[in-house]
Design a protein around this ligand. Structure first.
Ligand SMILES: [Zn+2]
Ligand SMILES: [Zn+2]
Length: 690
């Protein structure tokens, strides 16, 4: 394995003067574009290496940092350089390949190299995850179909991937397989090929706790040669997985987003499962997209990369059409099981019908649920909103309960009798009266999962329903506990948010009900139709995975919308053609590239002024084909007490866009004092504008 260790005899043919000082370029995890030069103290010379982690004096304090290059001898680059403080980890934490990959991420996303390296680091100095999830070890769930022989389509896809792995050159594929078509089995078999050839495999999943069925399948095939990064691991255990991957002891590494930076010296195959998932894009700096990093990494390593999805990201499918990705299709479900049939229940009141409250579950859906229950089959209900009611208003004085820090209404949670802000987590007790006038006449509007749960108890008092959402899975182990209970048939109904949409495989589920299919359609984001289509298709894919055929009911107020009509017939291509035409017409990605400059601060006037000023700077470069959108308030205009504005930039090519962002960042740094109290961050290729 390469460690880029600089030893005294590789620096050139010049005789070395031992008295000449050494210098190190250090990347510090701060939002600054440059690296910093420090003097290497004599006593560290024989232990320090490129990739070492150090601690350095920085401003008035100390900062961790990473050695990105070493210069031995020669004139001092600058007067008054400070020496490195301590060598935290002498053994390089990053190898040459990861360091280069991190540099690419830093340049492409206009992010600080130190912050990228900090993100890549497994635990160590990084804070532990806020909410530890359980280790994915639920055995005996959904694996009834193994071992099995491959379908013709699976064999065909596998043969192509195997060839690419054997050829040891960069190849990239989109494995487009309808839900239930057996993508996981293709990943596992391809991994076997890579491992048999002495290679290593990197398997990325959107969220490890929600992908335990995939993890389980890999463990079954590779035993303890599989290393899994999950948020339940201690920093020490994470570093252990990292170390074993680096030494080649592990053949397979499975992990979420940041696992893309795991050092794997013999990398031959990368898999990005559910490649359309938003979880692959980091929501804070550095805002990289793990799918894009995986492709770049595969390219550099001469490895094969497979992106898998039943509902590919529009960009990925467009890349197939442009010839950038090879297409591998699994058009049928395994064992030629029919896809679930999808029906729409229009929730709009019929014309001339007496005005009545829209039911939470339509009469038809209720009837279908009881039919399935009487046959001892199981039901999944999906509603992408947790809590009881997302809108609480006093009927007497009209006061709406709002978060005092964010620009959103509070959600009533019945299980805890509290009003909760779903953005900052702030909560207060709800006493059943209006805070303003004391009235008892409170309106609870809208529907959350807790309300559906209550409705189910009223309609089916003897039926056991499990709720799967953020609130019911806060305790460690509860996510798995709920799914295990449902898998064992201890409950008839599973009700949940998008957690139930992700890859779950329960053969006894024959009915899936979507309570509000158009909930996400009206968000101010050009990707809202794509997200809705993906979510509905994924949820629909949970039905009929066993021997009995499945059925899906979509309740909607907007049955004509193309995202819904395409989801009903489960026709990805039809959706793609409609959506890609709209993107072209409106000049949105993938026809253009976008960056979103985000501004926040406590004083709104200062935030606006800063955004406008930077807009003027970038606007000077208009000849390059840049289009500025805004500045405007972000759709969520206040969050945790901070006012939020943004400035979106659109350009025909990434290079132009990146250049504009670099200029913006330089100008921002140069005039930092003028906009004290305002923070500016760059989101390259944003995946949502909320
Ligand atoms: Zn009131
Ligand atoms: Zn809030």
């Amino acid at each position: 394995m390469e460690t880029s260790h600089i030893s005294p005899d590789v620096a050139g043919s010049e005789p070395i003067d031992d008295r000449e000082p050494w210098y190190a370029e250090i990347a510090v995890p701060r939002p600054l574009p440059q690296t910093f030069t420090y003097v290497v103290p004599d006593e560290l010379r024989d232990r320090i290496a490129v990739g070492s982690q150090v601690e350095v004096p920085f401003g008035r304090s100390r900062s961790p940092g990473f050695v990105v290059s070493l210069v031995r001898g020669g004139a001092a680059p600058r007067e008054g350089l400070k020496p490195i403080g301590t060598l935290t980890y002498p053994d390089p934490v990053f190898d040459g390949a990861i360091l280069e990959l991190a540099k690419w991420v830093s340049e492409y996303y206009v992010a600080s190299l130190g912050e990228v390296l900090m993100t890549a680091l497994p635990g160590g100095l990084r804070k532990e995850a806020r909410r530890a999830s359980p280790p994915p070890e639920a055995r005996g769930l959904g694996l009834a179909q193994i071992p099995r022989s491959l379908s013709a389509a699976q064999r065909k896809a596998l043969a192509v991937v195997d060839d690419a792995i054997t050829a040891q050159v960069f190849r990239s594929f989109l494995l487009y397989g309808v839900t239930g078509s057996g993508k996981t089995e293709v990943y596992v078999r391809a991994a076997e090929t890579a491992v048999a050839a002495g290679g290593q495999v990197l398997m990325l999943v959107p969220e490890i706790a929600l992908s335990f069925q995939v993890v389980e399948r890999f463990r079954l095939a590779f035993g303890d040669r599989v290393g899994v990064f999950h948020s339940g691991l201690t920093a020490r255990r994470r570093q252990d997985v990292w170390r074993r991957a680096r030494s080649g002891e592990l053949a397979i590494v499975v992990g979420a987003r940041s696992a893309v930076f795991t050092p794997l010296p013999s990398l031959r195959l990368l898999v990005v499962d559910e490649e359309h998932e938003g979880a692959y894009k980091q929501a804070e700096t550095p805002r990289y997209h793990a799918r894009e990093v995986a492709i770049v990494r595969a390219h550099r390593a001469g490895a094969t990369v497979v992106l898998g999805s039943a509902t590919p990201a529009l960009e990925s499918y467009a890349n197939v059409q442009r010839g950038k990705l090879g297409l591998l299709a699994l058009p049928e479900r395994i064992d030629a099981r029919p896809r679930a049939s999808v029906v729409v229940h229009d929730l709009r009141p019929r014309e001339g019908a007496p005005k009545e409250r829209t039911p939470i579950l339509s009469r038809e859906l209720t009837r279908k649920i009881s039919e399935r229950l009487s046959k001892k089959e199981q039901v999944i209900l999906f509603l992408n909103r947790r809590g009881y009611a997302p809108f609480v208003q006093c009927r007497h004085c009209g006061l709406v309960a709002r978060c005092h820090q964010c620009d959103v209404s509070l959600t009533f949670h019945r299980t805890s009798d509290s009003l909760v802000c779903h953005y900052c987590g702030d909560r207060k007790t709800h006493f059943g009266t209006c805070e303003n006038c004391g009235s008892l006449r409170i309106l609870f509007a809208g529907i959350g999962t807790q309300r559906v749960e209550e409705e189910l108890q009223a309609l089916f008092p003897r039926v056991q329903a499990l709720r799967l959402d953020f609130d019911s899975t806060r305790r460690v182990g509860s996510y798995e506990h709920i799914l295990r209970a449902f898998g064992a048939g201890e409950a008839e109904i599973l009700l949940g948010t998008q957690m139930v949409a992700r890859g779950l495989d329960f053969p006894n589920v024959t009915l899936v009900g979507v309570i509000n299919a158009d909930a996400g359609l009206n968000l101010p984001d050009f990707r809202s139709a794509e997200r809705t289509f993906q979510l509905l298709t994924q949820v629909a894919g949970r039905a009929g995975r066993g021997e009995r055929p499945g059925e899906v009911v979509l309740q909607t107020h907007y049955p004509e919308h193309y995202a819904l009509t395409a989801a009903v017939v489960q026709d990805y291509e039809a959706f793609f053609l409609k959506e890609i035409a709209l993107r072209r017409e409106r000049e949105y990605p993938p026809f253009t590239r976008m960056a979103n400059l985000l501004f926040d601060g406590e004083e709104e006037a200062r935030v606006i002024r800063a955004a406008e000023w930077l807009g003027t700077i970038i606007g000077r470069d208009a000849r390059k084909g840049l289009t500025l959108l805004g500045p405007a308030p972000q759709p969520l205009s206040r969050l945790k007490g901070k006012h939020r504005w943004h400035l979106a930039i659109r350009a025909p090519h990434h290079a132009t866009l990146r250049q504009a962002c670099v200029v913006a960042l330089e100008e921002w740094e140069r005039t930092k004092r003028e906009h004290a109290g305002v923070r500016m961050t760059i989101d390259m290729d944003p995946i949502d504008l909320l």
